[in-house]
Design a protein. Structure first.
Length: 272
């Protein structure tokens, strides 16, 4: 792996960690534990999506006892979690397997786009409005669309999570910025940006099934890239599903490696 790819990976993981900890640090019933080896986010809700462990430093293998201690924290509460690891971090993956975590069968792809040389155009459509959310209703619809990607019982917990952070979603000074796409007067798509230094993470990309294939997702991605660049972002990073990889490549992203997701109970969280 060359130095540039290692730096891109570091940007992506640091941004992901900032995103998953940002709201949790601001809520009384949520907790963030940060050590040299890992970052643990406990949302206080039994949701797969917002109880997360990240491993910030690539190439540094945490001890088996360290990871097991954090897993015991969630297992004792009967909380599902997800944990991300680069596919080529073999020693860390062996430890994760040894303590009993289950690997989700679909790998995700870490991707990066350099924004400074990109010519990013926003589509002008009479039937589509793309905007940062500004009302409680838009915040609620944002959470509903994300929740509906998943199978029971995860949707109710995702909706609980978003209902708790509504005020944070409406904070225009926050480095985490949620967006919606409004098609023919209805909120139909979501996306978000997380700003950290010169890196911007793209997250929460979703479009309701009824309007897929109408170019709404592509238009939203271009809108987010434009906002990222306009707000001094130099790099945009994301984690793509294999099905979405081609869309992001056409938007100027390149792969920086595969990611594995691990969980501690029967899988209820990752969308297909």
């Amino acid at each position: 792996m060359d130095l540039e790819q290692k730096e891109y990976r570091k940007m992506m993981v640091n941004n992901l960690t900032a995103k998953v900890t940002h709201n949790a640090r601001r809520m009384n019933n949520m907790h963030v534990k940060e050590t040299e080896d890992l970052v643990r986010v406990d949302s206080g809700i039994p949701t797969y999506n917002f109880n997360i462990i990240t491993l910030p430093e690539q190439g540094k293998t945490p001890s088996k006892d360290t990871i097991k201690k954090e897993m015991d924290h969630f297992n004792d509460k009967d909380f599902p979690i997800n944990m991300w690891c680069w596919e080529d971090e073999k020693e860390t993956r062996e430890i994760i397997h040894d303590i009993g975590l289950t690997e989700y069968h679909t790998p995700y792809i870490g991707m990066v786009a350099e924004l400074k040389d990109q010519q990013i155009s926003i589509q002008d459509r009479d039937d589509l409005i793309l905007k940062e959310i500004s009302t409680e209703n838009e915040a609620q619809q944002f959470g509903n669309i994300i929740a509906n990607l998943y199978e029971n019982p995860e949707p109710q917990y995702i909706q609980t999570y978003f209902s708790k952070i509504t005020d944070l979603l409406l904070d225009r000074s926050s480095p985490y910025k949620p967006y919606v796409g409004i098609y023919q007067g209805e909120v139909v798509s979501t996306g978000s940006l997380m700003f950290t230094d010169t890196t911007v993470g793209m997250y929460d990309i979703a479009t309701i099934p009824e309007v897929r294939g109408k170019g709404i997702g592509t238009a939203l991605i271009q809108y987010l890239l434009h906002d990222a660049k306009e707000n001094n972002g130099e790099y945009c990073v994301l984690q793509a599903s294999p099905e979405g990889k081609g869309i992001y490549e056409r938007a100027g992203f390149q792969s920086i490696g595969n990611l594995k997701i691990y969980e501690n109970t029967e899988l209820v969280g990752v969308p297909t």
